[in-house]
Design a binder for this molecule. Sequence first.
Ligand SMILES: Nc1ncnc2[nH]cnc12
Ligand SMILES: [Zn+2]
Length: 330
Amino acid sequence: MNEFLRQLPKVELHLHIEGSLEPELMFALAARNGIDLPYASVEEAKAAYDFEDLQGFLNLYYQGMNVLRTEQDFYDLAMDYFKRARSEGVLHIDMHFDPQAHLQRGVPLEVVMAGLLRAKDEAEASIDLTVGMIMAFLRDRPAEEALHVLEQAAPYWKFLDAIGLDSAERDNPPAKFQKLFVRAKKLGLVRVAHAGEEGPAEYITEALDLLDVQRIDHGVRCLESDEVVKRLRDHQTVLTVCPLSNVSLKVVDQLSDHPLPQLLSEGLKVTISSDDPAYFGGGLLENHIACAQAFGWEADTFRLLNQHAIEEAFVSEGRRQELFKRLTDF
Ligand SMILES: Nc1ncnc2[nH]cnc12
Ligand SMILES: [Zn+2]
């Protein structure tokens, strides 16, 4: 089964590129940029990745990305993950990135965008991996700041596949960002949002009603409302579920308790993703393998999940047809 899952053509819709920063690369970039790390070794960093909740993780996530300073750093970060993912059978990644987390450290947007776009172009040209770009906004920062950053990003709108909403969900409801999402829609940008990860099912409804999102990132807490489940099923709204992330952040106690099988049996359009692979115990392949072990899923379930992901991926229609063919032929 593990070899089948490695070879299976896979598509990932929910990946924070800053969350793919492996401790080894963090140390290398810290040395290159003359930055002190709060860890003595890679092992000590890994030992610190033991989280109580989303906020506990976010504290280390924002601290870790402090080593990213130059265009080359962002390129190296992205290429490191792209190559690893490709070697594990991933053919497309929709990548979230967090401009505000870099701007607030004094790293210009141009530096972030140049590094990530160079990595995307190179992956598409040379390693048979396509990449979607999701500019994410931090919901625990002021809505006015997000609006300002969206305007500042005008030269890059044409490179964006969507805008997203992430960071600390509790007490930061989607309604706070209605203006931002209305503006993005006017600009013709597609919208996605994290909702129902730590926040309640009502946040999913708000994201759909007020932000007019095309996808719900996570969404596992939809099961707390029959009404929300029905709506997601009726519209076949995709959920980008991140099983190992939900275990690491204690959304569930253990993977065998995860509601993924129930989400599927409710007829919801489920996909699986890694979220922050460097922090949560592995990338898309590890998430597949863990689900096979926890739920006893067979090949057909994994084919279905990746078919959903291909249907919803931010790719050209030509590439989408090619991905379907590669999945069907496999
Ligand atoms: N799992 C997650 N939830 C919300 N924001 C995030 N940013 C990076 N990972 C995240
Ligand atoms: Zn996420």
